[in-house]
Design a protein around this ligand. Structure first.
Ligand code: HAM
Length: 422
């Protein structure tokens, strides 16, 4: 029996890779337009970064991390998300010295040991942005607008924006007391996970997907009514920036997100096509994380989006993939004797920047023509013994099936003019 791909992971096969190139190109184009610079951090970090960054009692840290020791026994973890690593590198490379506000983006695989299901993987790809160094509400609005711009360019429709404010250290203390008071006599009826959340992280009870817990918390006090003046004003301004751009959003007072670092704005973008795993992007403000990871108090805001979920939603919406047509030249040989010369010509064609290929299986001219058709070659250069003796080759237009003999020395010029006239 052969070994299969690990549970929750998937191969991206050659026939699908052009979708990924297309999506990644659009992401980079839009993020460049907004002034974000790409950063690439390692796929694994010291475990402590995520424990301190994401929060000890979160599902990600308690249940979903791929953690392993290195040879010296230091605990490493495959990155489950990109924000904590970006803040680590921001601090490690003293980026605040480069500029007061830094705008970064990343794109790549993340790892979470979750129960796999449609749209939920153990290795998945995110693109994300982080603006570090400003508490301006305009920055919160900008991250949402950036995500929407990417989706718009890709043609994705039917998206809903949910926003909330989860307050700051100051207002959350009072709110959590209120919430605990409300939940106190209902504690026994909560699910076992929520009983634990009640002790370690009561805010997360609001995020429970179980019907019973949802019912219990229906009448619970909401943080939005318990914000301090500063958080309230900040939230009003974020909404006003979004309204100014005619963005339709819904306030969701129960949106608390699964990572502990959020302060003030929290948001999710959901897609009608995705079923249970409907969050296509999520993010918000995290004004305490830089300090939590050892830096000076520095406000920040960002989001990340799942690329697999974007591609699934695009396919469900039957969005056409504008796949790049490459001009391929195929080089065919009539027998082994002409192979060496054909190979030299093949490299010469490639050196001009054209995409070219030949078949090494030693098949007949007929079978080589089949391959040429399969790879959608526009022209085939047929290298025959008789023609070679006259320093000629045959150039075949694969669409019109017309063939002509041309001088080898004219081949590149001929191919270039054929392409120019297309
Ligand atoms: P998150 O909500 O955990 O936030 O993930 C962001 C997005 O990644 C989700 O909305 C979803 O599209 C995708 N995603 C998450 N888990 C999976 C999975 N198992 N399979 C497929 N896709 C998944 C964060 O990661 C934060 N770091 C976002 C952020 C950046 N906040 C501030 N800056």
């Amino acid at each position: 029996m052969f070994i299969k791909v690990p549970k929750g992971t998937q191969d991206i096969l050659p026939e699908d890779i052009s979708k990924w190139y297309y999506v990644e190109d659009i992401i980079k184009e839009i993020l460049n337009k907004y002034g974000y610079k790409e950063i690439r951090t390692p796929y694994f970090e010291y475990t402590d970064l995520f424990v301190r960054g994401i929060g000890e009692s979160t599902d990600i840290v308690t249940k979903e991390m791929f953690t392993f020791p290195d040879r010296k026994g230091r605990s490493l973890t495959l990155r489950p998300e990109g924000t904590a690593p970006v803040v680590r590198t921001y601090l490690e490379n003293s980026m605040s010295r480069i500029s007061k506000v830094i705008k970064l983006f990343y794109l790549g695989p993340m790892f979470r040991c979750e129960k796999p299901q449609s749209g939920r993987f153990r290795q998945f790809n995110q693109f994300g942005i982080e603006i570090i160094g400003t508490q301006a509400p305009a920055a919160d609005a900008e991250v949402i607008l950036t995500a929407l711009d990417v989706y718009k360019k890709l043609g994705l429709k039917n998206l809903e924006i949910l926003i909330n404010s989860v307050g700051c250290k100051k207002c959350r203390v009072n709110y959590i007391l209120k919430l605990k008071k409300y939940l106190k006599d209902k504690n026994d009826t909560l699910c076992s996970e929520c009983k634990e959340r009640y002790i370690k992280n009561p805010l997360r009870v609001l995020d429970c997907k179980k019907d019973n817990c949802k019912e219990i918390t229906e009448e619970a006090p909401v943080i939005i009514n318990n914000l301090c003046k500063e958080c309230e004003l900040h939230f009003e301004e974020v909404k006003s920036y979004l309204n100014g751009q005619k963005i339709i959003f819904h306030e969701d007072p129960r949106l608390v997100r699964g990572l502990d670092y959020y302060t003030k704005t929290a948001f999710e973008i959901i897609s009608g096509e995705l079923g249970a795993q409907n969050a296509i992007a999520g993010g918000g403000r995290y004004d305490d994380l830089v300090e939590e990871l050892g830096g000076k108090p520095t406000p920040a805001v960002g989001f990340a989006a799942g690329i697999e979920r974007m591609i699934i939603a695009m396919d469900q919406q039957n969005i056409e993939w504008p796949l790049k047509e490459e001009l391929v030249i195929f080089v065919a040989t009539v027998n082994e004797k002409t192979q060496e010369r054909a190979f030299r010509l093949l490299q010469k064609i490639r050196n001009t920047g054209l995409s070219a290929d030949m078949d090494y299986s030693g098949g007949s001219l007929k079978s080589q023509m089949r391959i040429a058709n399969k790879i959608a070659a526009r022209y085939t250069v047929i290298v025959g013994e008789e023609e070679l003796s006259k320093n000629m080759i045959i150039l075949r237009n694969m669409q019109t099936k017309e063939q002509k003999e041309i001088k080898i020395t004219n081949l590149i010029n001929e191919l270039t003019s054929c392409i120019d006239s297309m």
